[in-house]
Design a protein around this ligand. Structure first.
Ligand SMILES: [Zn+2]
Ligand SMILES: [Zn+2]
Length: 310
């Protein structure tokens, strides 16, 4: 069973527009997809609508950047309400801080003799949340670096010459906002920032899940985080963190990078996640042969009466 609870569209820093991403997931035969763009819900209406159209379960989601102690962490929020104006406004403030940070990084690059036009960076991230990957793309385009990873290594990663710290949003507040919007907060890819020391503390403050299955996690990290999730009573979620270009995680939707038994485990956890929302995922028939048209699929935003219908 192939599913994906973590992926990005052009609403943040992904390559595929929301509808196209959903069609790609359907083409690959995925049974469940959660769209989780960085700090925006802008792509969700289209993704949900396309899901209904092609017959794919789509869970509305988001990936919020927050801080826990001195760590910058990512929190996924599954089942947030895409029509929640208060949540959207909260994300917009976070977005404004993101743009302000980019301006500061561009100023640092200028000090290093590298001229980057803010408008060009914003244009790369045209439809939504803009960040370091867009700045990296512009640096590549103008030949300052050979690729995205060199851009990060030389200029943009923590501690590099043009890096600027993000304004801090406490993890507790981010989790609270996600919950207020009907969502369930999950700590994304703990292996990418050695998140062990914050997992326990967040678990005591309302964290619901841990992203155990991530393409950048080694098999021993997967085993470690699965044990930790069981110990702390957290859901063990997972996905591809698909952005659509290489150099950042995986260039393929779904969890075909996992062993069959882990894929089954992830499915069981997704069933539990949906049950938290009162939805019985297990009863939904999954077609092994993707069809392009027609939909008789249960709408996973259905239990939330305030969710707009496209
Ligand atoms: Zn992330
Ligand atoms: Zn992500």
């Amino acid at each position: 069973m192939n599913i994906d609870l973590h992926c990005h569209t052009t609403a943040s820093d992904g390559v595929l527009p929301p509808r196209q991403l959903v069609r790609e997931a359907r083409r690959k035969g995925l049974a469940l997809l959660s769209v989780t763009d960085h700090d925006t819900t802008a792509g969700l209406e289209e993704a949900l609508d396309e899901g209904r159209r092609v017959g794919l379960q789509v869970i509305p989601g988001v990936e919020v950047t927050a801080s826990a102690g001195d760590l910058e962490i990512h929190l996924l929020g599954h089942f947030i309400d895409p029509s929640d104006a208060r949540f959207a406004a909260f994300l917009e403030r976070s977005q404004a801080a993101r743009i302000d940070r980019l301006r500061k990084m561009i100023a640092r690059l200028a000090d290093l003799g590298i001229q980057v036009d803010m408008e060009e960076v914003l244009a790369v991230g045209a439809e939504g949340s803009v960040g370091r990957p867009h700045l990296a793309q512009v640096l590549v385009k103008h030949g300052y670096v050979k690729g995205i990873s060199e851009a990060f290594d030389r200029y943009l990663k923590q501690g590099a010459s043009a890096f600027v710290e993000r304004p801090h949003l406490p993890a507790e507040e981010a989790m609270e906002r996600i919950k207020q919007s009907g969502g369930f907060p999950t700590l994304a890819h703990p292996g990418l920032y050695n998140g062990d020391r914050v997992i326990k503390s967040l678990a005591g403050k309302g964290l619901v899940g841990l992203e155990v299955y991530h393409p950048d996690h080694t098999p021993s990290q997967i085993a470690h985080y699965r044990r930790l999730s069981e110990e702390l009573g957290l859901l063990a979620t997972g996905g591809s963190d698909y952005h659509g270009f290489s150099g950042l995680h995986l260039k393929e939707l779904g969890v075909s990078y996992l062993r069959e038994e882990d894929r089954r485990r992830l499915w069981d956890q997704a069933v539990r996640l949906c049950r938290l929302k009162g939805l019985d995922l297990q009863e939904i028939p999954v077609s092994p042969n993707p069809v392009v048209e027609g939909s008789n699929v249960q709408d996973l935003s259905a239990s939330n009466p305030s969710v707009k219908r496209g």
